[in-house]
Design a protein around this ligand. Structure first.
Ligand SMILES: [Zn+2]
Length: 266
């Protein structure tokens, strides 16, 4: 509340109880208005109207309760923002185990700061089982979600299951649309899926669709790219396997996470 008011054509200070007493202006006993934080009476502030003081406002208590309430409100707001951010990360497909993942891998950190993503470039994160690929990809997903990207993170098996359950064994491109059109697609554990004609065709449809739209795809795999191609070819679909590997090779920077098992450590 401003301690000023307009009276007689000029700006005047509001009058305190002490001032009213010392000026000898008559007034009614002010109503008690307790501080909502400490309960102490708030100081009344008035203005002179036709020779009498009218109590029109209350001053601040000064107990600090208001400041503390503001701090508490700010803390609640921050917690709410964190909850919303965590929900977005979870909605993007990051598993609870990796919800707070961070990465110190320089190639991945650099990827986040470069314009590579806007040019449709992705990463091929490969290394031994337990070398931290999912952890690194989850950290990347989190960072991208915080930047406001529409991220879908999924394992290749879950992705194919989702396509299959929505459209059966048909080759309808609509079943793949969520994965073809999201801002950033992160496919975890590529190479774990089957190698049927349907699987290979569906994967190619997704990878090629993103390639043509300049949308970045991030892949993790326990196989090197050559190893992945061999593995995908095991059902006899070597041409499609080659085409998928070529798309990945053209657009994804390889990141090797190593041979060591870091699950036993951190
Ligand atoms: Zn107070």
């Amino acid at each position: 509340m401003e301690k000023e008011y307009w009276g007689g054509g000029e700006k005047r200070d509001l009058i305190t109880l002490d001032e009213a007493n010392s000026l000898g202006i008559p007034f009614d006993e002010p109503e008690r208005v307790p501080c909502p934080f400490c309960g102490k009476d708030l100081p009344p502030l008035g203005m002179e109207f036709m020779g009498q003081i009218r109590w029109v406002a209350r001053g601040k208590c000064g107990c600090g309760g208001e400041a503390e309430a503001a701090r508490e409100a700010a803390a609640r707001e921050q917690a709410e923002q964190q909850r919303k951010a965590a929900k977005k990360v979870s909605d993007a497909g990051v598993k609870p185990r990796f919800a707070n993942a961070v990465t110190s891998n320089p190639l991945i950190s650099r990827y986040l700061t470069e314009d590579a993503m806007r040019e449709g470039r992705g990463l091929y994160i490969h290394g031994a089982v337990g070398s931290g690929k999912t952890h690194a990809a989850s950290a990347l997903a989190r960072a991208l979600v915080y930047e406001g990207e529409s991220v879908v993170m999924t394992t290749s098996i879950d992705m194919l299951d989702e396509v299959k359950s929505s459209y059966g064994e048909s080759f309808s491109s609509q079943g793949t649309s969520r994965f073809r059109k999201c801002g950033v697609l992160i496919v975890d554990d590529l190479g774990k899926e089957g190698a049927s004609s349907w699987v290979l065709t569906t994967l190619f449809q997704i990878f090629n669709g993103r390639y043509e739209s300049l949308l970045p795809t991030i892949v993790t795999s326990q196989y090197s790219l050559e190893g992945l191609e061999r593995r995908m070819s095991r059902g006899g679909e070597s041409e499609t396997a080659h085409a998928i590997a070529s798309r990945i090779r053209e657009t994804c920077t390889p990141v090797f996470t190593g041979r060591a098992d870091r699950r036993s450590g951190a």
